[in-house]
Design a protein around this ligand. Sequence first.
Ligand code: AKG
Length: 292
Amino acid sequence: MIAEQTSTITGPRIFFNFIEVPAAKMAENGDLIRKLKNGEIHGFVLRNLFSQQEVAEMLRALERPLEEDAMNTPSGKMFPTPFAIITNDGERLDAYYESLNTMYKLMAREPALQLVKDRVNAFFRAVAADYKVSVPINKVKGIPVSEGCFRVFYKDRGGLFVHCGNLFQQQSEYYYSLLANDIDMSDQLSFFFNLQNTEAGGELTIYDMLWKDVVAKATPDENDSVIDKDGNTIYLKDVEQFTVKPQPGDILVFSGGPIWHRVENIKGDTPRITYGGFVNFSNDGKEIFYWS
Ligand SMILES: O=C(O)CCC(=O)C(=O)O
């Protein structure tokens, strides 16, 4: 099914079924995650999960931690530290948890930040109404992993290079091997809640390319081309694409595991800020898990 353009989903042809749903209709849309799982839809933007005032309070509460506690990345900052820092030999697992503890302590002091965690959890319980919703447990530590991560992207640092979640999973094999729950890791979903847009750029570009056909990049920093399963180089400029640009307060969930995508270079002085992570299903199909 081909979707319509909306105010946040734009392009000459919306070749995957991405839809927009107002937060006021969240309770009547308890089957959105099931529809993503069975391929009826490929993504949805839930508009205004947070009010503009709530977002403004979150941004204020984040100012100091983003200065003092966040990890620098080539394109910006992340807080808490993402699982990608844990090596396949298990190094830096402690650093991941130290950063997560810092965030939880902050949340305990800052209701605006606690609201991010609580509302995202309530959101998943609402749109995945017939699943049990939890956060995976790390086997070594015996405690849950992170539920989400704030991501900041600064001007002219390239955004987030072309990727799909299935590629990231391949690169973080050890982290995934430590999840204690019985999760079917294939074709994870991505989610992010937008706190702040930049003046120009920062859109999420969705490519008409799936992991079953396109399986690699020449280097992790490659951002113009990908490699298909027969070893051919495919240039992104030649691939059909559309853009998704959730507004502050909106949350997007999409099939970011199999669908190749990227965050466009930030062109304005205001950094782009999101809070996001990944979602997948239990092997018995009764639960969903989300993490970062
Ligand atoms: O804007 C973001 O937070 C990045 C989203 C993304 O590319 C992903 O979840 O794979």
